[in-house]
Structure formats: structure tokens, C-alpha cells
Design a protein around this ligand. Structure first.
Ligand SMILES: [Zn+2]
Length: 379
């Protein structure tokens, strides 16, 4: 299955606008009526687009509304994270058609084969594509995982077992942060024209991604992307990157104490109690890392993505703390959003990465398309 730029433009128009007729698609995309008709026929054959009943005629030819086909094709999401693999399935309207199913995997050398076995069970004829998210750095040219907290003792992990296991279904592999960025991009149409820094975090996990013109920026390590490995002079357990004091080791249960459970960590984070000394230290360092990243990257918008953003006290403290530490002109200009979303280990978010690659050109391409080329992200 190869979706070209014209077909992507039609899919994107339908995603962001809902029902459209062929003539409305012609107006929106600038493609000729003939070209629109041909591309629609192709997309119907692939089960991606479907016709609804014609609207009552107002004198001319009846207009046939088109929509993304909600029932024929599915996107399989696969998440690979430390100690666990998970799958979930999405329809083309972003609806969850198979709720997340996860499996613990104790040995890191078995993560990929366990993910393959789980994915194969749900990879069926209706599967349009599979999208896998994994922590760490991925070589997009070869699809290999260069460095990952999921498999800290292995380098250049070959993902061909996953690809072969899914037979002929196209597979996208992306960093879990890029998966979150994909989910954000396809669900925040009005904000896509702004350059955005998205920071995501969970217990023991942190990263950031810049979204520019609706696409993730792959190049920059400083300031974003590797924010989880920004280091502070504090004692933490050793990070899988080989250092201590990394931000993702600071924002973790282990930082609050050796016997702190994940549940207790969540409860303490949500209360954001200023009297809780160790928690206050952790949050102050989190605020410092986030505000440093914003001061460095200077985005128009900062999106803080985490399930913890649902906690009002925590979100208020984090956002207020960050704004207070921004350079004055940035403090006035940067828009800040709390996005309550599960990023770590979410196969649903991985499936949204698949949807993003279906709707946006060259989502995971590096280097990005020529800066002079016209690639309007939203139609
Ligand atoms: Zn590290």
C-alpha cells in the first residue's frame, strides 16, 4: 500500500473537515476535479474512504458526501517499553476498536519477539498498518533501535523480527515521544501553524519533541528530544544512558525513596504538597528542566503531556513555576497547555502515530522535506 501526497491531502481534508463532496475537495486541495475523482476511486478501493447517501439536490447535480471509512480498515498500535509490551487498535476516526492489551516481559532480549507474537494475534486483513512506539533513539533509515531504556544492555537492536512477523502489513516504528506528537498533531488542528515544544513525562520517563509545521523535528538533541537526560548535580540511581542525575531518574518513584510504590508516587505527585520536602525538590528540578528547554527552544506553545496533568494542584504548580522562570519576553508570549494523556507504554498513542503518518507527508522523514517546498500541514 503506497499512499501518495495527493491521496494524503484528501485524507487530511476529510479528517479535519469531516464530510466533504468531490467538488469541495477540489476547492480545498487545488487538485483538478478529474484528479480528485481518480484519487477517491483509489481510496475507496483501499477501504479508506466511503460515500454517504447523496444530499437532496438544490437544482444541480446531487452532492455525494465522502467520509473516512469508519468500519473497513484499522491501525494496530504496538508499544514496547521497559518490561512490557502492549497492543491496541484504532479505527480511521480515531476510535479505539481494540482496547489496550498488555503483557509483561521480564527479559529485555524477548521484548521484540513478545511484541511480535501479541501483534500477530490482532494483525488481520482489516489492518491497514501497524505503528510501534519504543523508548529511546531509532535509526529511521534502518528501523533499528539504537539506544533504549526498554533494552538498556543492547545496542542497534534489529527490529526486522517485528516487520517479518507482521507479513505484508506496513510497519512504522517511532520514538514514543513522536507518537505523542503525532497524536497531538492530528487532534489539535487550530494549533498546528504554531511551533510547539511538547514535553511528556511519566514515572521514570521524560522526553520532549519540537513540532514545527505539524511535523516532529528530528535533528536537535539539545534543549529538546533528550530532555530526559538533562542532568542535575543530585544523587539518583544510575540512568540507562550511563549517567546519574538525569531528569528522568529524578522524576521517578525511586527519587522519592527506595520503597515508594508507583501508586504512592502518583498520589504524592498529584497532591503537589509544598510541605513534602523530597517531592518539592523533585518538582523544582522538573520546573527548572522544562523552563530551561523553553528558554532554549523559544517555542510559541508549550504542551505539557502527562497523565499527571489531570491533577489540578500539580498542573497549577508546574505551569506557574515554569512561567516564573522563563525569560521575560517569553513569559509574556508562550502559550502553555496541560494535556492529560498517557504517553508511557501506550499502544493507543502508538496507533495515533500510524494515523499521523497516514495524514501528514513525510512524518518520520529525516532530513525533512525541502524547506522551500510547499507542505501545508492542514487543509
Ligand atoms: Zn540518562
Amino acid at each position: 500500500m503506497i499512499i501518495d501526497a495527493s491521496q494524503r491531502a484528501i485524507l487530511r481534508s476529510l479528517w479535519f473537515n469531516g464530510q466533504l463532496s468531490r467538488s469541495e475537495l477540489h476547492d480545498l486541495t487545488g487538485m483538478t476535479p478529474n484528479a480528485v475523482g481518480n484519487e477517491i476511486s483509489q481510496l475507496q478501493r483501499l477501504g479508506l474512504v466511503k460515500e454517504l447517501d447523496p444530499k437532496p439536490s438544490t437544482g444541480g447535480r446531487p452532492q455525494i458526501p465522502l467520509i473516512l471509512d469508519p468500519s473497513s480498515r484499522r491501525i494496530l498500535g504496538i508499544s514496547i517499553e521497559p518490561g512490557q509490551v502492549e497492543i491496541a487498535e484504532l479505527g480511521l476516526h480515531g476510535d479505539v476498536t481494540v482496547a489496550p492489551i498488555s503483557k509483561s516481559v521480564e527479559q529485555e532480549s524477548r521484548l521484540l519477539s513478545a511484541a511480535t507474537r501479541l501483534a500477530r494475534t490482532y494483525c488481520v486483513r482489516r489492518t491497514l498498518m501497524a505503528a510501534a512506539s519504543v523508548t529511546g533513539l531509532i535509526d529511521h533509515a534502518t528501523g533499528s533501535i539504537l539506544l533504549s531504556s526498554s533494552a538498556p544492555h543492547q545496542r542497534h537492536l534489529n527490529t526486522s523480527v517485528l516487520l517479518q512477523g507482521l507479513d505484508d502489513v506496513p510497519l512504522i516504528i517511532g520514538n514514543d515521544l513522536h507518537a505523542a506528537a503525532g497524536r497531538w498533531a492530528v487532534t489539535h488542528r487550530s494549533q498546528l501553524q504554531e511551533d510547539t515544544l511538547l514535553i511528556a513525562f511519566d514515572d521514570g520517563r521524560m522526553g520532549a519533541v519540537m513540532v514545527i509545521n505539524g511535523r516532529p523535528n528530528h535533528g536537535c538533541i539539545m534543549g529538546a528530544n533528550e530532555l530526559g537526560h538533562t542532568r542535575f548535580p543530585v544523587n539518583t540511581p544510575l540512568c540507562y544512558c550511563g549517567q546519574s542525575g538525569c531528569m528522568e531518574r529524578i522524576f521517578s518513584s525511586a527519587f522519592l525513596g527506595p520503597a515508594i510504590t508507583a501508586e504512592e508516587f502518583s498520589r504524592r505527585v498529584e497532591t503537589a504538597d509544598v510541605q513534602d520536602g523530597k517531592l518539592a525538590e523533585m518538582l523544582n528540578l522538573l520546573i527548572m528542566a522544562c523552563s530551561n528547554a523553553v528558554n532554549f527552544v523559544r517555542p510559541s506553545r508549550l504542551v505539557l503531556a502527562s497523565r499527571f496533568m489531570a491533577g489540578e494542584a500539580f498542573a497549577h504548580r508546574l505551569m506557574g513555576g515554569i512561567r516564573a522562570m522563563l525569560l521575560p519576553h517569553l513569559s509574556e508570549r508562550v502559550t502553555m497547555d496541560a494535556w492529560n494523556i498517557k504517553v508511557a507504554g501506550s499502544a493507543e498513542t502508538a496507533a495515533w502515530l500510524g494515523l499521523a503518518t497516514l495524514l501528514f507527508d513525510s512524518w518520520e522523514a529525516y532530513p525533512p522535506p525541502s524547506a522551500t517546498a510547499q507542505h501545508p500541514p492542514v487543509i
